[in-house]
Design a protein around this ligand. Structure first.
Ligand code: NAI
Length: 306
């Protein structure tokens, strides 16, 4: 069954280049009306200027491509860190097309340094763009999606958040925060028809040009990630899924829970935890709890059955 987006309105942040551009082009090619957002910064977030600067022209170029192919799109130069400008972007989409069905939180920057050398300012800035940027955009569409009883939201996370990478403590913290945001929004959105997922891409873009070896570059095209994004925002999308995507490969990451042990609160509890590591960590029979509260209940059940 082919995935189509006729009648759907999508916002893709950071869509002036890289992965966001591919997402925007693919959504439009399959019938979506697309807001192409990008403030046009450097990889580290520098040089952003807002309307009229070279950046908006990056978004405008993508809009021009979409229109040339017969699609519908508008450009937007808001920084995702500016909640007022983000609200104005969403209002513009509503004025133009009356709905917002899909939000792809994709905008991002890097400020890599080992933690020992990292300024708090670099930590905060990365958190602000990735985490608060996604929060600002999601907040701005949330009521509209609830009122429509329809929404598809993707947070762009990263293998760095899920598994760590040297020199990326700020980025990893921000990217894993998006997984936490997704986990709760998927629960809160469920009864309103809002599905929320995470995409963890690997692609050769300007963001990774110094990190990925030459031979791998031609396999890691952004186009090889976008099919996963399309499936995550389709009518029959899953919710609460973390999809890893790169070079045409797709995997799902889970935050799992082992069965563990019950130790209680006797004086030797710490020693029993210490001697119980193997059993606590035994992955046989591990599950993915339905919520944080459900995980807590499992511990209570273990205590009550002891
Ligand atoms: P990119 O640098 O080509 O794209 C990011 C875009 O976001 C740029 O066009 C930039 O102008 C825009 N942007 C930056 N700050 C912004 C702001 N405040 N408001 C609006 N737009 C802003 O990089 P790429 O690789 O396409 O990254 C896209 C997303 O995928 C990012 O969230 C990144 O962290 C994530 N990602 C990428 C990976 C990769 O292998 N390329 C790996 C894991 C995650």
């Amino acid at each position: 069954m082919s995935i189509r987006f006729e009648g759907r309105v999508a916002i893709v942040t950071g869509a002036g280049g890289g992965l966001g551009r591919q997402h925007a082009l693919a959504l439009a090619a399959r019938g979506a009306k697309v807001v192409v957002n990008d403030l046009g910064s450097g990889v580290d977030g520098s040089g952003a200027g807002g309307a009229g600067n070279g950046t908006v022209s990056a978004a405008q170029k993508v809009v021009d491509e979409i229109r040339a192919a017969g699609g519908e799109a508008i450009a937007n130069g808001a920084s995702v860190t500016d909640s007022g400008a983000v609200q104005a972007m969403v209002d513009a989409a509503l004025t133009e097309w009356r709905r917002v069905d899909i939000l792809v939180n994709n905008a991002g920057i890097l400020r890599d340094k080992s933690f020992a050398k990292m300024d708090l300012a670099d930590f905060r800035q990365v958190m602000d763009v990735h985490l608060m940027g996604a929060v600002n955009c999601t907040k701005a569409v949330w009521e509209t999606m609830r009122a429509q009883s329809y929404g598809r939201i993707v947070m762009t996370t990263s293998s760095t958040g899920l598994y760590g990478n040297f020199g990326q403590s700020n980025y990893g913290a921000a990217k894993m925060a998006l997984v936490g945001l997704m986990q709760t929004l998927a629960l809160e959105g469920a009864k309103h028809g809002i599905r929320v997922n995470c995409l963890a891409p690997t692609a050769a873009t300007r963001m990774t040009e110094n990190l990925i070896p030459e031979a791998a570059l031609r396999l890691l095209v952004p186009e090889a990630v976008t099919p996963g994004l399309l499936a995550l925002v389709a009518d029959d999308a899953p919710t609460r899924t973390i999809l890893c995507a790169g070079a045409g490969g797709f995997e799902q990451a889970h935050v799992t829970l082992t069965r563990g042990i019950h130790v209680g609160i006797a004086g030797d509890a710490a020693e029993r935890v210490q001697s119980g590591w193997a059993e606590i960590g035994d992955r046989d029979g591990e599950t993915v709890p339905e919520s944080g509260a459900a995980q807590g209940m499992l511990e209570l059940e273990k205590a009550m059955s002891n």
